[in-house]
Design a protein around this ligand. Sequence first.
Ligand code: SDX
Length: 428
Amino acid sequence: MPDTLTVTDNRTGKTFEIPITDETIRAVDLRQMKTAPDDFGLMPYDPAYMNTASCKSRITFIDGDLGILRYRGYPIDQLAESASYLETAYLLYHGELPTEAQSSDWIASIMRHVMVPEGMTKLMNGFRHDAHSMGMFVSSVAALGTYYPEAKDIAHPEVRRRQILRLVAKVPTLAAFAFRYRRNLPFIYPDQELSYAGNFLSMLFKKTELRYKPNPVLERALDILFILHADHEQNCSTSTMRLVGSSHTEPYSALAASAAALYGPLHGGANEAVLTMLREIGSKDRIPEFIKRVKGGEGRLMGFGHRVYKNYDPRARIIKRTAEEVFDVTGKNPLIDIAVELERIALEDEYFIKRKLYPNVDFYSGIIYEALGFTPDMFTVLFAIPRTIGWLTQWEEMLNDADQKIGRPRQIYLGYGERKFVPMADRK
Ligand code: SDX
């Protein structure tokens, strides 16, 4: 059978053969279906892009029904088990796992960029004392770009690569500055002799000791959390990176826009919302009453549900396992008991089963972050740091894709037809 769709437009009786490639049809092929020669032609209407492929990509594969997530073909559980975050970042960006030599070059080229211009400390000091860390992160990423005017020259691969190295290296520094600023603590400068996660922990928690020694269990747990959050195909914030990047703006502004999208409680902001929800529930015996309210349409079970996963989010499973290792060091976060019981009850409830609502990456991550010493305002920042390589890899792929040009969707116009201007004196 041919890979085509035969469509009859019953308004005209005309029949069209539409080619099918990669299980899709090109939306522009619908434009030939008109009722008159000067007709614009048909368009698909797809609010929130529920069923629209915006690009072709070779970076991340998700199978929502089977709960599969692979970066460049490697299953997420194998990467979380055996790789480091920077090794995974190399894989996402270059498409292959690094050799020993490639890995040490990559690590060195990132860690040499961990410092930020001193002016960024002045920017940080301009925020309200209790400014939300994500607000500080989004603003400082955009501001960082003003220190590298050559970043606007996005046509040059080497220029793009240098900004990618700078951003992956510097986002933990900006995040740590925001964390320290809110606590009225002096900024701790990076220590490039430490690992990526270790240096981040040092910039966050170092006190008066000469050199910070990260706890290896916590350092590894953070590295695993970074791996799990590194990319997730065309989610809201990545689609933002692609759309904003399609205007050929420089990558710092595009990345700030993506982080702004991630900030929303329906997206990366959910990890913060989960902790608020668990605190509001307060104890296991109040879970049934909470579930009843959710089923009555009063709010959502934050950290549950996903546009693509209609099965358990594989990342949530790994995070839940990692929590135990963190608690062995930090002591157990009592909220985990409420979360585990909430999951158990929800997964047995027809409302959630029917809608295929399962825990997603945000359900357990905040509980670990809190045990590591972070306050909820930092949780989405902890999502944005590792997702930086995902956003930038997707940006790079978009710029190299001959199919892509500046994104500009159409609309269904339902507003007024032409009207004559009414002078102020004549308005009612
Ligand atoms: C992330 O896209 C990605 O890949 C994102 C991400 C990534 O790595 O980049 O995975 C990260 O953003 C994870 C999602 C974090 N968000 C939350 O945990 C917030 C709570 N979840 C939802 O609001 C919701 O599930 C979404 C936003 C995640 C997905 O929403 P959809 O696909 O648009 O689904 P929907 O809102 O149309 O819901 C379908 C039905 C509705 O019920 P009915 O109207 O059919 O009766 O399911 C219900 C919804 O009311 N529903 C929920 C629910 N999520 C959906 N009901 C209760 N609690 C929930 N969490």
